[in-house]
Ligand binder design. Structure first.
Ligand SMILES: [Zn+2]
Length: 320
């Protein structure tokens, strides 16, 4: 199937995509994050274990609960933490009892899980990795399979392998009746062909961190009635013309999900007028209101209306 035919146990050493470096960063205070809205919210796509891994020890954050209580506004209700590399599927054996351990994540009250092999890691997919992934998918806190998909921007795995691994995981999601989380970048035609061929029309689909063309968003929304478009902090960047246009004229409010994709894509406004030593370079779930604020600005609607719509959509998509 995938190139890696050996059923190896992933280890810290053979996982090249992991960064263990602490990143210099400031974090916004709770008042700043609470000022925009008091509507309850869910971060529908995040990797908070990487956020904790990157934060310097000086913050004294050792658990997900520490991060929530000390740095997130009280209206953060939940997050969906995404495990997308083979190493994280074995994290209960490799990093037992730490915030990298998926069982620790599942035991965290405000945290739900999604598990699937990212297209970057498709070359590492094998029967062993799949079995480890399926174990996590059996857990009652695991609400979806993903992120899975195609990424032709980086091509970290060969295109053919990416396609095979995507199809194989879609088949697993159908067996398990799990919603899917799709990562697609610069692969519109192949993503379209595979989704329309293998995924039932009424399936629940979250196309996360949407950055592709407005026309592609329209085709997806029209074809799949239960498909949602995920918007991250990228919408606040001047360069994100596609995403801004999708929000302005393509995606209706009842099809939007809010997500940070932390630790990446810190909303730009949080860094306005900040000196480099005060810059916020690591994001977390508490920053969602700044994404909603930008959507409100673009659509000329009230931020609370965006927040309420996204909260309803999260319930419909994930049952959370
Ligand atoms: Zn992600």
């Amino acid at each position: 199937m995938a190139q890696n035919a050996k059923n190896t146990v992933p280890t810290k050493q053979n996982d090249q995509n992991r960064s263990y470096k602490k990143t210099p960063t400031a974090l916004p205070d709770i008042q700043t994050l609470s000022a925009l809205t008091t509507e309850p919210f869910v971060d529908t796509h995040t990797h908070l274990h990487y956020t904790l891994e990157r934060l310097p020890n000086t913050f004294g954050i050792e658990t997900f609960q520490d991060l929530k209580e000390r740095y997130c506004p009280p209206n953060l209700e939940a997050c969906i933490n995404v495990l997308c590399d083979p190493l994280s599927f074995s994290s209960d054996e490799v990093f037992p009892g730490t915030y990298m351990d998926w069982k620790v994540m599942a035991d965290t009250p405000f945290m739900y899980l999604s598990a699937g092999v990212h297209p970057h890691n498709a070359k590492d997919y094998n029967d062993y990795v799949e079995a480890q992934m399926l174990k996590i998918l059996q857990h009652p806190k695991t609400v979806a399979l993903g992120e899975i998909g195609l990424d032709y921007h980086y091509n970290n795995s060969p295109k053919d392998v990416q396609k095979q691994v995507l199809i194989r995981q879609i088949e697993q999601a159908k067996k398990l009746l799990k919603p899917i989380v799709i990562h697609t970048r610069e692969a519109e035609e192949d993503t379209w062909d595979i989704l329309t061929k293998y995924v039932p029309k009424d399936w629940k689909i979250h196309v996360h961190c949407f950055t592709d063309s407005p026309n592609f968003a329209k085709r997806l929304l029209d074809y799949f009635p239960n498909l949602y478009i995920g918007i991250t902090g990228i919408i606040t960047y001047g360069s994100a013309k596609n995403t801004q246009e999708v929000v302005r004229s393509i995606v209706p409010l009842n099809r939007i999900l809010l997500e940070t994709d932390a630790p990446y894509m810190t909303p730009g406004k949080l860094n306005r007028n900040k000196k480099s030593s005060d810059r916020i370079t690591v994001s977390h779930s508490g920053m969602i209101p700044f994404i909603a604020q930008k959507i409100a600005e673009i659509t000329k609607k009230d931020i609370d209306e965006i927040m309420r719509a996204a909260r309803d959509n999260t319930r419909n998509m994930y049952g959370v």
